[in-house]
Design a protein around this ligand. Structure first.
Ligand SMILES: *Cc1c(COP(=O)(O)O)cnc(C)c1O
Length: 349
């Protein structure tokens, strides 16, 4: 369904009125040989220079990789920056609200709290599927954002594409689909729908499949009007020169990332089978991500035992729908072997 969607009507009045800060590098972006405009130190090249605030070179490469246009891409200091800026562009504190579908990534709710914005939580069904009517039923005229994480953290499942599309089509607000784990999924995600769904925002990241959590680089794909608004309120130089350089090098080595992903997928299958064979494991949930959610009899005991042996997993047992569950990241073949070996000892302890 193609429909017009007025993003401006969702934006906070103060943001619409804002005249963004204009840096030296914004005002002149051509090529020159003598730069005396930004009060930089002339020595210590290349790090003496401020980085490109518009990150054009990296965006062009990412546009090619994603099949999107540069105008559709916002780059942030991790996906977390994009999430926080969405709140600041759209949500009036104490007036507006956002919806998350839980259990899910904690940052959406934390950002709502920081920004003093009401957070409405809808539960996934028992089988971790999306209840479209419950999500839409929680929305009202003050709902600005609906967060959907697919594949979802911590439940590891990809959300049904037709359910996602139905929410995007029927919602009167922006719908953020967080695809941090999409490279590990059997589903293809929703980025291909960006051009026809003006209220769709897709988050991806270099932190997982690309192995670059340390450089903090998140990608937000959205309608050009929204990208402009986000770019207008970000810190001018939100991505530093070292991160930009690393990212540019990495995205040129697509084959490396693909190899890592296929190794992780093989290990995911092997680890799932090995865990299923253990008596202490009651259930290994199907995974479309680079982690497994497993149910055990005594999650705290298993967590503690692993920790004492120097292996840290995530205890999710106090999260609704994840009772009894631990979340385990797929490690290297050697790390996964150690995990299984240690769990076999737990059985005998
Ligand atoms: C890991 C993760 C991210 C990545 O966040 P960055 O800030 O880009 O490192 C985003 N969303 C979800 C659901 C995640 O689990």
């Amino acid at each position: 369904m193609l429909r017009s969607f007025d993003i401006q009507s969702l934006v906070r009045p103060n943001i619409l009125e804002l005249k963004p800060y204009s840096s030296a590098r914004d005002e002149f972006s051509g090529s020159a040989s003598v730069f005396l405009d930004a009060n930089e130190n002339p020595f210590n090249a290349p790090l003496n220079r401020y980085p490109d605030p518009g990150q054009q070179e990296l965006k062009q490469i990412l546009a090619g990789l994603s099949g999107q246009d540069v105008e559709n891409i916002f780059l942030g200091n991790g996906s977390d920056e994009g999430i926080d800026l969405l709140f600041r562009v759209l949500c009036e504190p104490r007036v507006d609200n956002v919806i998350t579908v839980d259990p899910t990534y904690g940052m959406y709710g934390v950002c709502a709290g920081i920004n003093d914005v009401e957070h409405r939580s809808v539960l996934l069904r028992e089988d971790f599927s999306l209840d479209v009517e419950a999500v839409l039923g929680a929305a009202d005229e003050h709902t600005k954002l609906i967060f959907l994480c697919s594949p979802n953290n911590p439940t590891a499942n990809t959300l049904d594409r037709s359910a996602l599309v139905e929410i995007i089509d029927r919602a009167q607000c922006l719908v953020v689909v967080d695809e941090a784990y999409i490279d590990f999924s059997r589903g293809k995600g929703v980025l291909d729908l960006l051009k026809e769904k003006a209220n769709l925002v897709v988050l991806q990241t270099l932190s997982k499949a690309w192995g670059l959590a340390g450089i903090r680089l998140g990608m937000l794909f959205a309608h050009p009007d929204l990208v402009k608004l986000l770019s207008g309120i970000k810190y001018p130089y939100n991505l530093n020169a070292l991160s930009l350089k690393e990212a540019m090098d990495a995205v040129k080595r697509l084959d490396q990332a693909k190899l890592w992903v296929s190794t992780i997928l093989e290990e995911r299958d092997r680890l799932a089978a090995a865990l299923e064979a253990l008596d202490l494991v009651q259930e290994v949930f199907p995974s479309d991500a680079n982690f497994l959610l497993i149910k055990v009899e005594d999650p705290k005991g298993v967590y503690q035992f692993l920790m004492e042996k120097g292996i840290i997993v995530r205890d999710r047992s106090s999260v609704p729908r994840c009772e009894g569950c631990l979340r385990i990241t797929i490690g290297s073949p050697e790390e996964n072997r150690q995990l299984i070996e240690t769990l076999e000892k737990y059985l005998k302890s």
